[in-house]
Design a protein around this ligand. Structure first.
Ligand SMILES: C[S@@+](CC[C@H](N)C(=O)[O-])C[C@H]1O[C@@H](n2cnc3c(N)ncnc32)[C@H](O)[C@@H]1O
Length: 276
């Protein structure tokens, strides 16, 4: 793993710009949240279980839509993100939804979370979903941070793209439309990409188009968590994902995106792990 060129500044500028785009994007429908019953995606809805009464830490919470959905279900939530516009939007949304007493938002880099939040061992649930860990160079340090926030017996819920799917990309498309090879599975260097489009709004054109991300293999994620003091309870692979990861995927009624013909590769990964 190498950290790559100014990764934090490039990624923060990229994510800062996406906040305004996402607040109006078709891919982020805030109507259910504003109606008092925010929805999560099908995978975590099926797997997460009750959160009422839990102390929840949502890492890389973006503008807080999922954080506030968890608050609407009765959790006391803390959301963390390094984007100031994201945290400002999350706080405004919490005020609008009258959830400010239950939801606290902290603006800090993930690796500064222990100092920014304090409260080691205070959380029943650490919640990390969709497009989170690929922005972090050091997955073992991430796992140690997750572990230090959990109470003994507290759990991590994690759902994200499957690392196998990160190997492929539409930029290297095969003649039949399937995505082609993009990043080797065992690549540990930074992946620098300049792409002005946005996954949630096909009309958007980003000025801060360069981002830096990392491939984290399944064993790096799982071993990182085990070595940090968590026990793996469940690990699921899914042939669908909440966004149009590849152009040829098709949307089904549940809102997730599926392979059109055969389930060629896992697209998403979810796991639960408990602090020993
Ligand atoms: C795809 S979004 C995650 C969306 C999330 N699933 C949600 O609840 O809406 C990725 C988020 O990670 C944040 N992020 C990226 N790198 C970060 C870092 N080093 N520290 C903290 N937040 C970071 C971005 O600002 C962005 O809000």
């Amino acid at each position: 793993m190498t950290a790559g060129p100014d990764w934090r500044a490039l990624n923060r500028a990229n994510w800062d710009e996406r906040v305004a785009v996402h607040l109006k994007a078709p891919g982020y429908d805030l109507a259910p949240l504003r109606a008092g019953h925010g929805k999560l995606n099908p995978i975590e809805e099926a797997e997460l279980g009750e959160v009422a009464g839990l102390e929840v830490l949502h890492l890389q919470c973006h503008f807080g839509a999922d954080t506030l959905s968890l608050a609407q279900r009765g959790a006391r939530v803390t959301g963390l993100d390094f984007s100031e516009p994201a945290i400002a939007a999350a706080r405004a949304l919490a005020g609008e939804l009258r959830l400010a007493d239950q939801a606290r938002f902290v603006c800090a880099d993930l690796y500064d979370a222990p100092a920014a939040i304090g409260r080691p061992g205070a959380f029943d649930l650490v919640y990390v979903t969709w497009g989170a860990t690929c922005w972090l160079p050091d997955i073992r340090r991430w796992a140690a941070i997750v572990a230090q926030f959990l109470k003994p017996g507290g759990r991590l819920y994690y759902a994200d793209h499957h690392p196998t799917a990160f190997v492929f990309d539409d930029g290297t498309k095969l003649p039949d439309g399937r995505p082609g090879y993009f990043v080797p599975y065992f690549h540990r260097e930074a992946v620098v990409l300049t792409e002005s489009t946005d996954y949630a709004d096909p009309q958007a054109h980003l000025a801060n188009a360069t981002s830096v991300s990392w491939m984290h293999s399944l064993s790096d994620i799982v071993s990182g968590l085990i070595d940090a003091g968590l026990s793996l309870d469940r690990l699921h692979e899914h042939a669908h994902v909440p966004w149009r990861m590849f152009q040829l995927l098709v949307e089904r009624e549940d809102g997730d995106w599926y392979w059109p013909d055969k389930p060629w590769l896992p697209l998403a990964l979810s796991l639960q792990a408990t602090k020993r």
